[in-house]
Each structure stands twice: as structure tokens, then as C-alpha cells.
Design a protein around this ligand. Structure first.
Ligand SMILES: [Zn+2]
Length: 114
């Protein structure tokens, strides 16, 4: 299972994903887990990322369809895999928070992590 602060690689093609104005992770990019959102009814967990902060909006659970109220979009854990710990040191420098929206993603690793 994942934990807060862990580096993960997004492994799903989200190029066509569109839910409200949410920003989605990009396949093969590395992200750091900021936290989790969960459905109180079915306990399904979603991941939120340091690099992507979406505006909360009126949400429903993708699994049980329960109304969750205003919640930030969270991403399915099965769409991520952990970055190996031996790589962690070199990722630290590259995953520092940035303020420029154009630099939201860690472009240096595009295509290098599979
Ligand atoms: Zn649910």
C-alpha cells in the first residue's frame, strides 16, 4: 500500500480523461503522494498528489456512487506504482514543489520510467 510522501509513477494513459476542470497525472511521470481521500461508505481510497492540487467540487464515489460532498478529485491507487527506493535520492531534487503551473510535472523523467 502507499503512504504519504512516497514517490509514485502514474501508469495509466490519462490523455483523454476529463472530469470537470481537474488536472490529471500524466503517464510515466513521477509524483509524490500528498494524501488520501476516501469514501466513508465503501472505504475506497483515492490518492492526491503534491504536484496536482485540484479544486474541490461536488463529488460522488466512483465505486458506490455515494454523494461525497465537496471533495478534491483523487486518483485510483491501482493507476500508480511505487518508484524504487534506490532512485529516491535523485528524485528528491526534481520533485521540489514549484509554483509555475507550466512546471507542474517532472518533465525530466518523461519516458524514462516505465
Ligand atoms: Zn464509495
Amino acid at each position: 500500500m502507499f503512504e504519504i510522501g512516497q514517490l509514485v509513477v502514474y501508469i495509466r494513459d490519462s490523455s483523454k480523461a476529463k472530469v470537470h476542470d481537474n488536472v490529471f497525472p500524466i503517464k510515466h511521470y513521477v509524483y509524490r503522494i500528498r494524501g488520501f481521500e476516501s469514501c466513508h461508505k465503501c472505504n475506497i481510497l483515492g490518492i492526491v498528489l503534491e504536484e496536482i492540487i485540484n479544486k474541490p467540487y461536488s463529488s460522488t464515489c466512483a465505486n458506490c456512487k455515494k454523494d461525497l460532498g465537496d471533495m478534491e478529485a483523487a486518483f485510483w491507487p491501482q493507476n500508480f506504482r511505487p518508484v524504487s527506493t534506490t532512485d529516491t535520492e535523485m528524485f528528491n531534487e526534481l520533485t521540489k514543489p514549484v509554483n509555475d503551473p507550466e512546471e507542474l510535472f517532472i518533465k525530466a523523467f518523461e519516458g524514462k520510467v516505465s
